[in-house]
Design a protein around this ligand. Structure first.
Ligand code: ATP
Ligand code: MG
Length: 184
């Protein structure tokens, strides 16, 4: 079949690999990079650092407006996340940064997103309990138990993100964002 331009356009049929994430601002990113320097393993590229809220996987591009609408409908209360914990996922061999004190506001945001995805029948990965984390390194040995200076991530940006392979390397491309209130 040909479209009106006489060229078959199948780009809209190609599924996109999508996820929702907390996206760090420059201050948080720099603090995470400092923490990352102390870790062994294959490090996440600086521009790719994030915390996943919900992983959707392959989705039709025609779903994008709905996914953006859902993002726009989320609560925007301020969230401050203390980063005071280095964790390890043994099976995945991932070293991550996270928190011993995940605030209720973040749990509420994730729950609201999960509820809305369920309401609209959008499949996402909910196998595991929600443990907000930023992957610092992959193919990694268990982390060294070193003290570090905790910092507060004042979360501002929540994004719908596309995961893609660009010239053999993994790129996360922010499609749409909302901005949370700031604490002060
Ligand atoms: P790669 O798959 O190449 O190792 P990646 O896991 O970072 O890289 P994606 O698989 O596209 O890239 O995942 C994007 C984000 O979603 C990452 O934060 C990843 O941890 C998370 N994610 C991926 N798969 C799942 C899943 N099945 N359940 C929960 N989160 C997932
Ligand atoms: Mg993956």
């Amino acid at each position: 079949m040909f479209d009106v331009h006489g060229v078959t356009d199948t780009s809209h049929d190609k599924p996109l690999r999508l996820f929702y994430a907390l996206w760090p601002d420059e201050a948080a990113r720099n603090a995470l990079l400092e923490l990352q320097m102390q870790q062994r393993g294959r490090r996440t590229r600086p521009g790719n650092l994030h915390a996943t809220l919900a992983f959707l996987g392959e989705q039709q591009a025609t779903h994008l407006p709905l996914l953006e609408e859902i993002l726009a409908s989320l609560p925007v209360d301020a969230i401050t996340l203390p980063i005071d914990r280095i964790g390890y996922f043994k099976k995945k061999r991932i070293v991550w940064a996270g928190s011993h004190a995940v605030p209720d506001t973040l749990i509420a945001l994730q729950q609201s997103l999960a509820d809305k995805l369920n309401e609209h029948g959008i499949d996402f990965d909910r196998k595991n309990d929600f443990t907000p984390h930023i992957t610092l390194a992959r193919d990694a040995q268990p982390p060294l138990d070193r003290p570090f200076e905790p910092f507060i991530w004042g979360i501002r940006q929540v994004a719908l993100v596309q995961s893609m392979q660009e010239g053999g390397r993994l790129e996360y491309n922010v499609l749409t964002s909302i901005y949370l209130a700031s604490e002060t």
